[in-house]
Design a protein around this ligand. Structure first.
Ligand code: DGL
Length: 271
């Protein structure tokens, strides 16, 4: 099975990392649309155009199953992608909502994501389908902080403290008794420890990367075989594509994937 994984940049490598752990026997094609990111501040029409051209590229390279690792593309462009390609497509909004469904006993959940994802209310809709109430909050400063590698920085800790305090206030105002927090952006799993410190202890944090890999493994009937952090079976192949500097992709991507990235092919998908 050739699994195509798509993200606006390197953030989706957190999903690839989880996939490699759960389905080490598959072959992977990863495309980061680094020339056109960030998607999180763009309109639905633009995100749909970028995401469908990226998805078509992965199909042309042989992908038989697509994982849309980018929350913004999943929230704004999943239907457009499904129309554009003839293989099964799974988006991370759906898998995140499924994980929230399994986690929440109070049936109230919180979601943090990019501005575009929040404005689309895709998570609220996906949660409502599962009889969950959801409050969404945009945290636009977190993507650039993670891209800069400021994971442990006191600046990031303070930004998180403010965002999380605002989110809790929003939840209180709406009368929610939330027990689950969904990390609705590819970059946030890298801040998981810091986020857990910034929220009240009983809140369970859902990393949609793990939830996605588990769901793909179930869908493909693959045995869930834990190989340890970043573990990969010999023979599992990964081909990387980026639409901008391969040097930058290699350097930044290694941090998200948890291991070094060697060959990255530059592709031109137009504007
Ligand atoms: N990949 C995006 C997401 O998960 C974050 C980065 C971007 O805005 O492009 O929403």
């Amino acid at each position: 099975m050739k699994i195509g994984v798509f993200d606006s940049g390197v953030g989706g490598l957190t999903v690839l990392r989880a996939l490699l752990k759960h389905i080490p026997e598959a072959d992977y094609l990863y495309l980061g649309d680094t020339a056109r990111l960030p998607y999180g501040a763009k309109s639905r029409a633009t995100v749909a155009r970028y995401a469908t051209s990226s998805a078509r590229h992965l199909i042309a390279e042989g992908a038989e199953f697509l994982v849309i690792a980018c929350n913004t593309a999943s929230a704004l462009a999943l239907d457009a992608i499904r129309e554009a390609v003839a293989v099964p497509v799974l988006g991370v909004v759906e898998t995140g909502a499924n994980a929230a469904d399994a986690s929440s006993t109070t049936r109230d959940v919180l979601v943090i994501a990019t501005a575009a994802t929040v404005e689309s209310h895709a998570y609220t809709a996906a949660c409502a389908e599962r009889k969950l109430r959801a409050i969404e909050k945009a945290c636009p400063l977190l993507v650039p902080l993670v891209e800069e590698g400021w994971i442990e920085s006191p600046v990031t800790a303070e930004v998180l403290r403010i965002y999380m305090a605002e989110l809790m206030e929003q939840a209180r105002g709406a009368g929610l008794d939330a027990d689950t927090l969904v990390l609705g952006c590819t970059h946030y799993p890298l801040l998981r420890a810091q986020i857990e410190k910034a929220v009240p202890a009983p809140l369970r944090v859902i990393d949609s990367a793990e939830a996605t890999a588990e769901q793909v493994a179930r869908m493909l009937g693959a045995g869930s075989r834990e190989l340890g952090a970043g573990g990969q079976e010999p023979g599992a192949s990964v081909r990387f594509f980026a639409t901008d500097s391969v040097t930058k992709f290699r350097a930044l991507g290694s941090r998200f994937l948890g291991r070094s990235i060697e060959d990255v092919r530059l592709v031109d998908l137009g504007g």
